[in-house]
Design a protein around this ligand. Structure first.
Ligand code: NAD
Ligand code: ZN
Length: 363
């Protein structure tokens, strides 16, 4: 049933004003324009980048200069449609792809819309995110969920789409041997995708045991725990040894630190692919490029996703992939500060922290 739009005009919204200055405040309920829908937001997952903006006030050149609504991994229910919307109706439950591109530039036209220079991406400054009860979004970037999918799963399509995009770039196929570096939500979403795409061997590393335990439950062939203070060489030798000296066809770096990217080059089979998803090291990193070129290890970058939401949705809807175990903590929007604290500290074995905005919804 469609929720009531006029519920006391309550549009509680979580706004980032600056470093560690996250506030809950009321905002007016917006009106959808042409080809837009008004959504009653149901679930918002907290991503590492949201936490990074809260803690540091920036990611690289994206700086929070004016108050910005936080959040970008969301699902909602359509409560109003603007003119021109034909594919969605009031009451539809949708996953929200958070980046709306211009649809006109050369990148958009060739389908690489994640590279659109005019991209408006939720909670990437100065664009507002969707940790708010009522949110306007472009209708063509909302994906209707089948009845048997939960709204939490709808929110999880965001990190899953990153995994889908990364695995497509890696050309994972039946029988692939895959190494994933880092078992955070992105590494785990990548694991689930690689498995669904037919990889036969999936190794995954992390520093923390609880994340590796979940990776094992999700079907990793072998989990490998790296010690925090291991040198690059020690970590590389350890992983090689644990893999029984079988080299992976594909390595996906889901941490983005120098040590792991370097390992990704050195450990990938000659002629294989290293896909860099992690953004941990935003500065300059030193890498053994000669090693990569002399063995034709292709290095590819991943920036979010493009045309991957429908695949992510299909994988969940068909039950090929189950990401529910990633959700370790639940909070109401009123407790957003606590939710962000949990995501930041990882307290209680946090992996994905989910914020709920509508008690009347089925999330
Ligand atoms: P996360 O911080 O929850 O997970 C990273 C994991 O890497 C942690 O579990 C950590 O213990 C592990 N780790 C750290 N150092 C390690 C090492 N030396 N060896 C093995 N594991 C190590 O983050 P996440 O949400 O899973 O995201 C992963 C990365 O992907 C982040 O850098 C994030 O910014 C990036 N990301 C990139 C894109 C993109 O479009 N390219 C999109 C989303 C996230
Ligand atoms: Zn464009």
């Amino acid at each position: 049933m469609a929720p009531n739009t006029n519920a006391e005009e309550d549009n509680l919204t979580c706004v980032l004003y600056g470093v560690r200055d996250l506030r809950l405040e009321q905002r007016p309920i917006p009106e959808p324009g042409e080809n837009e829908v008004l959504l009653k937001i149901q679930c918002v997952g907290i991503c590492g980048s949201d936490v990074h903006y809260v803690v540091h006030g920036n990611i690289g050149n994206y700086i929070v200069k004016s108050p910005m609504v936080i959040g970008h991994e969301a699902s909602g229910i359509v409560v109003k449609t603007g003119t021109g919307v034909t594919d969605l109706s009031v009451g539809d439950r949708v996953a929200i792809e958070p980046g709306v591109s211009c649809r006109k530039c050369q990148f958009c036209k060739i389908g690489k819309y994640n590279l659109c220079p005019s991209m408006k991406f939720c909670a990437t400054p100065p664009v507002d995110g969707n940790l708010t009860r009522y949110f306007i979004h472009a209708a063509d970037f909302c994906y209707k969920l089948p009845d048997h999918m939960t709204l939490e799963e709808g929110a999880l399509l965001e990190p899953l789409s990153v995994g889908v995009h990364a695995c497509k770039k890696a050309n994972i196929t039946v029988g692939s041997s895959v190494l994933i570096l880092g078992a955070g939500p992105i590494g785990l979403a990548t694991l689930a995708t690689a498995k669904a795409m037919g990889a036969s061997q999936i190794y995954i590393t992390d520093l923390t045991e609880y994340r590796l335990n979940l990776a094992k439950d999700m079907g990793a062939t072998k989990t490998i725990q790296i010690k925090k203070n291991d040198s690059d060489e020690e970590a590389l030798n350890y992983v090689r040894n644990e893999m029984g000296n079988e080299l992976p066809d594909v390595t996906l770096d889901c941490t983005g630190f120098q040590q792991t990217i370097k390992m990704g080059i050195e450990i990938t089979k000659s002629g294989g692919v290293l896909v860099i998803v992690g953004m941990g090291a935003s500065g300059v990193v030193q890498l053994p490029l000669f090693n990569a070129l002399s063995r034709e290890v292709d290095i590819k970058g991943v920036f979010r996703y493009a045309n991957d939401y429908p695949n992510a949705l299909a994988m969940i809807a068909s039950k090929q992939v189950n990401l529910k175990p990633l959700i370790t903590h639940h909070f109401k929007i009123e407790d957003s500060l606590k939710a962000f604290e949990t995501a930041e500290t990882g307290a209680g074995g946090a992996i994905k922290v989910m914020i709920h905005l509508d008690e009347t919804g089925d999330s």
